[in-house]
Ligand binder design. Structure first.
Ligand SMILES: Cc1cc2nc3c(=O)[nH]c(=O)nc-3n(C[C@H](O)[C@H](O)[C@H](O)COP(=O)(O)OP(=O)(O)OC[C@H]3O[C@@H](n4cnc5c(N)ncnc54)[C@H](O)[C@@H]3O)c2cc1C
Length: 362
């Protein structure tokens, strides 16, 4: 059936997100192949409506009023693996609507290294280049060779090479300079056949000690560490009803770190983040600003297992999530002078959101 006949009206969006809050979309289409995308976008344009591209909804907060435009949910499927080249690398192509973790599991079972540390991250393959997804010492930008997209500006399908995607920490052109321009339909990865897993992150090193794990063991270790932090979506774990990490780790000048350490009279954890810059864990700032794991504000709370995750305690509305977000931001700003920048994307009425959120980089 043509895309236009499959467009539905007033579709509740909460169930399409891992946080489970928010109102309906005025129009909604599940895009099953590439041709559905331009057709749906034309539909929106002809009616003067905004169009929003939805993946797995794991990095998304929908407002209670919902969204008055068209939501295009990317449900394109298909994965294929090439043969190893002379250097032992395999090109894997995955359609944007594939489940990311199922793709990782398939790579690991084929003994292809490069994405194993990103096991258990929820969402779609197409969502991964958008914020350059990463975990436990690995980022998708390290293995992505190219991203196939529909370019809304020129109304053509194109392939962007890795360098054209402008990847950096949780950033790419897809969520910065060219935000909203491209609809990702396929991602090409270059993976090392028979390669070693990446064991650089402290939690993983502690887990294995001196031992060199297999790819499958590394995946299992990542999953078990993530489960302990409720960072794997599990219907039986209420602390996983979240959008993942709610705030980015602020990147600040080294002097700012020094000022905070002096004011607090304590060593502040940090990681190098380029020349003269350091990254401070947002989780540390939040806890130090007075929010213990398990803190509650109405129907929203800080995860009992991870202070960077805001969770829907069961009946939360988007307003509850925003109220807690604003309380945390105000407390961190008041104590350290740092603006915490939210990591999820907000859809719908965003009047409650920080308008000028930016890290204090001086
Ligand atoms: C429990 C939990 C743990 C998490 N852990 C991590 C982690 O360890 N590391 C990490 O980096 N992230 C993590 N996340 C965040 C999230 O899983 C990732 O950002 C994920 O890649 C989002 O993909 P998605 O398909 O769900 O995107 P959505 O939430 O549906 O959309 C997010 C943004 O991407 C855009 N988008 C999605 N698909 C496409 C497409 N095909 N084309 C163009 N734009 C698109 C949307 O328009 C939106 O702007 C976690 C989230 C949760 C809930």
């Amino acid at each position: 059936m043509s895309a236009l006949y499959r467009i539905k009206e007033n579709v509740p969006l909460a169930g399409f997100t891992t946080l489970g809050v928010g109102g309906p979309a005025r129009y909604f289409l599940s895009a099953l192949d590439e041709d559905d995308i331009p057709a749906a976008l034309r539909f929106a344009e002809e009616r003067g409506l905004e169009a929003f591209v939805l993946g797995g909804g794991s990095n998304l907060v929908v407002s209670d009023a919902g969204f008055g435009g068209l939501v295009v949910k990317i449900d394109l499927r298909g994965v294929c693996f090439g043969e190893p080249d002379e250097n032992g690398f395999v090109i894997a192509e995955a359609a944007a609507g594939e489940d990311w973790d199922e793709f990782v599991a398939e790579c690991v079972s084929r003994e292809l290294a490069g994405v194993e540390c990103m096991s258990g991250i929820p969402g779609s393959v197409g969502g991964t280049p958008v914020q350059n997804v990463g975990a436990y010492g690995q980022e998708v930008s390290e293995t992505i060779v190219a991203v196939r997209c529909f370019d809304r500006k020129t109304a053509r399908f194109i392939e962007l090479g890795n360098a054209e995607c402008g990847f950096s920490y949780r950033k790419s052109i897809f969520n910065t300079s060219e935000k909203g321009r491209y609809v990702v339909t396929k991602v090409k990865f270059r993976l090392a056949a028979g390669g070693e897993p990446r064991v650089v992150y402290r939690d993983l090193k502690d887990h294995f000690g001196e031992r060199s794990p297999s790819l499958a063991e590394a995946r299992e270790a990542v999953l078990s560490i993530r489960r302990r932090k409720s960072m794997v979506i599990d219907a039986a774990d209420p602390n996983s009803r979240s959008a993942g990490s709610f705030f980015k780790n602020p990147i600040v000048a080294a002097e700012v770190l020094g000022e905070i350490a002096t004011a607090e009279g304590i060593d502040v954890p940090s990681f190098p983040a380029g020349e003269g810059l350091v990254k401070i864990p947002a989780a540390w700032l939040i806890e130090r600003a007075g929010f213990a794991k398990g803190y509650r504000l109405g129907e929203a709370g800080i995860s009992a297992n991870h202070s960077l995750a805001i969770v829907n305690l069961g009946r939360a509305k988007a307003a509850d999530i925003f109220a807690l977000m604003n309380e945390v931001r105000a407390a961190v700003k008041g104590r350290f002078g740092l603006e915490l920048v939210p990591e999820p994307v907000f859809l719908g009425d965003n009047s409650v959101l920080p308008q000028t959120a930016s890290e204090r980089v001086v």
